[in-house]
Design a protein around this ligand. Structure first.
Ligand code: CTP
Length: 415
């Protein structure tokens, strides 16, 4: 059972859905893990489970109202918000998620959520059609962009008779999410060197023309920023983008696939982790015209040749490092991604369908499937690129921890 939760003060915010009845079990599990639990409930939640039940199990008065003078004097919304180490919103109903996304402060739960600086874990639970609604997805994306961790609901038979995603996950899953939220506050990549490539490459045809692609660099920059926030030394090898270098990263600017290959390989020799997010050109013109090519006939033929596959070449470098790749696909997403994971000798691949709206190139959101060497597959749903970057870095931290404990790829010992 969880060790990071021991001694931590957890603020459990219970929303008004049928899954509220599970909060009794959740409080028991938190107490059993050694946490101190303060429960806050929305008014709707008190119709599904009584405050007395949760007070008895938590050993603390339950916060239900900001307008009750006596209650506010003892367990005020500011006090409970500022005295906790982590917040769990479970079950998070569609209404509660919407009020959080809108920044409302119209009851005990929403005011406490506005007044806290602790990490917030949100566990949505509702009818599967409601969960799939664009409004709910958009509100969850807003919460993620503000740093909330969203725990995906379980798939199964729902209390309303429907079958699908919407069930509140069991207590152990929620406790693990709390642990991760607590640990992500620490510098869990302290002392590690992470190389991230980002953006497009530009392959010159002549002095004024080039072959490039639609990558904005946002995803790679978000990964670099997330790794730097976790304490890593980050080298960001960037193709041409309009973005500012994220805080705490050292940026190396490149233009062509050949330059990208040379710089990544150079930086990778001293790296613990390489995340290749860059959309590297697979082909480059065989010859670059010294002068601007003047138009002549009806057709112009260019001869292209393969560039170095940077990721694939990294496995051949001396030493050992964690390798993460991306797979931008328009069909057979998982199949192609699995093939790349094996072919390029990767530890993790982030696969995204760039043909779908709101994901992939030049938009702030993305949806990905994370696949590791053991075949584990995690679907993120539509999230902001910042939130996806955090998820990727969470997985990188897991891979580094596994390597350090001898369970995964071994890392080199560095001075
Ligand atoms: N990549 C690389 N060097 C290249 C091309 C791609 O390191 N010359 C990396 C990308 O940064 C990404 C991963 O490989 O992490 C997948 O790139 P992608 O172009 O989608 O895959 P390919 O292996 O090139 O396969 P295909 O183009 O056939 O889809």
């Amino acid at each position: 059972m969880s060790t990071r939760i021991k001694g931590k003060r957890v603020l459990l915010c219970v929303g008004g859905g049928i899954a509220a009845y599970k909060s009794a079990e959740l409080v028991r599990a938190l107490i059993a893990a050694g946490a101190e639990v303060q429960v806050a409930m929305t008014s709707a939640a008190t119709h599904f489970i009584t405050p007395l039940t949760l007070q008895t199990l938590s050993g603390r008065q339950v916060a239900t109202s900001i307008l009750d003078a006596a209650e506010e004097a003892t367990i005020g919304h500011i006090a409970i918000a500022q005295s906790c180490d982590v917040v769990l919103v479970a079950p998070a109903t569609a209404d509660l998620i919407a009020r959080m996304a809108a920044g409302m402060g119209d009851d005990m739960v929403t005011t406490a959520l506005l007044a806290t600086t602790a990490p917030v874990v949100v566990a949505p639970a509702m009818n599967s059609v409601m969960f799939a609604h664009a409004a709910v997805r958009a509100n969850l994306a807003v919460l993620e962009s503000r740093g909330c961790k969203v725990v995906q609901p379980d798939h199964g038979e729902l209390a309303c008779g429907y079958e699908g995603p919407g069930r509140l996950p069991d207590a152990p899953v929620l406790l693990e999410a709390l642990e991760n939220a607590l640990s992500s506050r620490s510098f869990d990549l302290d002392g590690k060197t992470v190389v991230v490539s980002a953006g497009p490459t530009r392959e010159p045809i002549d002095p004024v023309r080039c072959i490039t692609n639609r990558s904005s660099g946002r995803m790679g920059y978000a990964v670099a920023a997330a790794a730097a926030r976790r304490g890593a030394r980050v080298v960001l090898i960037s193709g041409p983008t309009a973005l500012d270098c994220p805080e705490g990263c050292r940026r190396v600017d490149v233009e062509t696939a050949a330059q990208m290959a040379a710089e990544v390989e150079k930086a990778a020799t001293a790296a613990d982790v390489v995340v290749m997010v860059a959309a590297v050109a697979d082909y480059t013109p065989s010859t670059v015209a010294g002068q601007k090519i003047k138009k002549k006939g009806e057709k112009l033929e260019l001869t292209l040749e393969r560039t170095t596959d940077v990721l694939a070449s990294l496995s051949a470098l001396p030493g050992s490092r964690i390798l993460v790749g991306f797979a931008a696909e328009t069909e057979n997403l998982v199949e192609h991604a699995r093939d790349k994971l094996v072919r390029k000798g990767l530890d993790l691949i982030v696969a995204n369908d760039v043909s779908a709206a709101n994901q992939g190139f030049d938009v702030p959101t993305n949806a990905a499937v994370l696949i590791d060497r053991s075949g584990n597959q995690e679907e993120t749903g539509l999230v902001t690129k910042d939130a996806l970057a955090e998820r990727i870095v969470d997985r990188v931290v897991g891979l580094v921890e596994a390597a350090n404990s001898g369970r995964g790829r071994r890392l080199q010992v560095r001075k």
